[in-house]
Design a protein around this ligand. Structure first.
Ligand code: XMP
Length: 329
């Protein structure tokens, strides 16, 4: 009973009615929610929307290029890309505590966004990709009395921006947001991507974050994801159309800043470790480790060790949540 063309027409009319001739800014993260919000608002007000995409140097391989190609080139959305890698790496230097790292990344993100949005003097609205589960979750905050991890995402911008909030996805569930994204012309593969945390690779590099580690991790992670996408799940029916990427809820590589001894050719190596994490979950509150085929794990391990100089050992994480969390920090 949810008619997509009608829904889009109504949402577009409602955004136009809400913002009138005002300009809108939106923080694009490359994630599903902010991407769909951008596509929808662009449909409604075109060039009166400006997106700000902050590259903190903790994105996945080619992610910055992918976001710019998709929005700027394909959809014709106005996007300002900010390369803030040095700023983030500078503030993260020497910091090893996971919560301290999260706080720094969140704070610097707000800082960069504030500076950039101040340059867009006409903007009166801040658009966010808040979806219904976020609304519920933040309504419940404080009742539980503790947070396990301080969450950061593009939605967490402060009131000090003095902008009115535009949140066109507030009433939608994730699956509806995805269908909307496809209907608005976003590629299926983008809209059905696994979730990626706001602090990015910052929480997947254990301890101190360094550009050198991020570069190694990006390449290892890309190999893992590529193999998951290219390997079909063997089903009882044998009609295998489902690949392992779509068959898992979240999968990624984690960089362990620990060196171990290996051997390559005639030589001894002494290099870093990468852990692979893949989980099945419905709500991300609890999760099971994914029973990936051994052949797939073996192929990923071989490729990472052969192709990413600096990594000589790959391990697979077989911890459930609880007691482990999905991310390692
Ligand atoms: P944990 O590690 O707590 O993660 O089991 C549960 C889910 O939340 C994601 N996650 C985040 N998402 N900002 C986000 O937008 C964050 O700061 C953040 N930290 C964790 C994690 O990837 C998993 O899907």
């Amino acid at each position: 009973d949810w008619n997509m063309p009608d829904y889009i027409a109504e949402a577009v009319a409602s955004i136009r009615a809400q913002v009138g001739d005002d300009e809108v800014i939106l923080g694009l993260s490359g994630g599903v929610d902010s991407s769909v919000a951008a596509a929808l608002i662009h449909r409604a007000i075109g060039d009166k929307l400006t997106c700000v995409f902050v590259d903190h140097g903790l994105l996945r391989l080619d992610e910055g290029k992918m976001v710019m190609d998709m929005f700027s080139k394909n959809l014709g959305v106005k996007v300002i890309q900010i390369n803030a890698e040095d700023q983030f790496m500078g503030h993260l230097a020497g910091v090893t505590d996971p919560e301290a790292k999260r706080k720094i990344i969140g704070r610097e993100f707000v800082e960069v966004f504030q500076v950039e949005s101040a340059k867009l003097s006409n903007a009166k609205w801040l658009a966010q990709g808040t979806i219904y589960p976020d609304v519920i979750e933040s309504a419940g905050k404080g009742k539980k009395g503790h947070t396990i991890k301080s969450h950061h995402n593009v939605g967490g911008l402060p009131d000090t921006l003095n902008l009115k909030l535009l949140e066109p996805l507030r009433e939608l569930f994730k699956d509806e947001v995805r269908k909307l994204g496809v209907a608005l012309g976003l590629p299926h593969g983008m809209v059905y991507r696994h979730p990626f945390p706001g602090p990015g690779l910052g929480v997947r590099i254990l301890g101190e974050v360094k550009k050198e580690f991020a570069d190694l991790l990006r390449r290892a992670d890309a190999i893992f994801i590529e193999e998951l996408r290219n390997t079909l799940v063997e089903t009882a029916a044998g009609d295998g159309k489902l690949n392992w990427y779509d068959a898992t809820s979240q999968a990624f590589a984690v960089f362990l800043p620990v060196k171990s001894v290996g051997v390559m050719g005639d030589g001894r190596t002494y290099e870093y470790v990468v852990a692979l994490r893949a989980v099945q979950t419905l709500d991300f509150m609890t999760a099971q480790w994914a029973h990936l085929p051994h052949e797939l794990l073996g192929k990923v391990s071989n490729r990472i060790i052969n192709e990413v100089r600096g990594i000589n050992r790959v391990v697979y994480d077989i911890s459930g949540k609880p007691p482990a969390t999905i991310e390692w920090e």
